[in-house]
Design a protein around this ligand. Sequence first.
Ligand code: SF4
Length: 189
Amino acid sequence: MNKIDKTYNLLERISTLFRSEIRLAGIQHGLHPVHIEVLSYLSRCNRLSNTPASVSEYLGVTKGTISQSISLLESKELLEKVADEKDRRVVHLNLTDKGKQLIENSMPPTSFRSPLEKFSEDEVDNLHRLLDTLLNGIQKCNKRAGFSHCKTCVFNSPKSPSEFYCELTKEELPWEDGYLICREHAMCK
Ligand code: SF4
């Protein structure tokens, strides 16, 4: 078996197991997998990226499916719609405390957390580097850029150990925000 087939087999098996965990997490709360995926994404994205269109684009599902999912999650008080302060036509989706709690208790699943906790810091760093490179390569190939973190973004201009400047939004942001998913992310050359 060549290196590509072997890697593909491993990633495919991991993603199958992960989807199964998402399904089980949803069943406990009367939710479908897509509902858990919406909540999980919203718990990890920045405020440029928490619109219904961004959720639809990130998950690769239709706007109709996302709209239905948002209505259901709203009715279960897991998220709320908030109009943008500058442009009232734009809607942001914020998790409620109940929604945050549900995701915190479910994701990442214990079956993923436990083996990763056994890795050393160096092993995890190496794994992240390789997975980052693989993800960037896949995004370049299928021309679906965006939805990554500030650290590899061309608009990221470090200011201090605690802050960076986003050249796109013209805002100074805390480094913690740099670990959130951003739909406007543009890859450094
Ligand atoms: S630096 Fe890039 S990834 Fe970070 S907020 Fe700005 S556009 Fe988004």
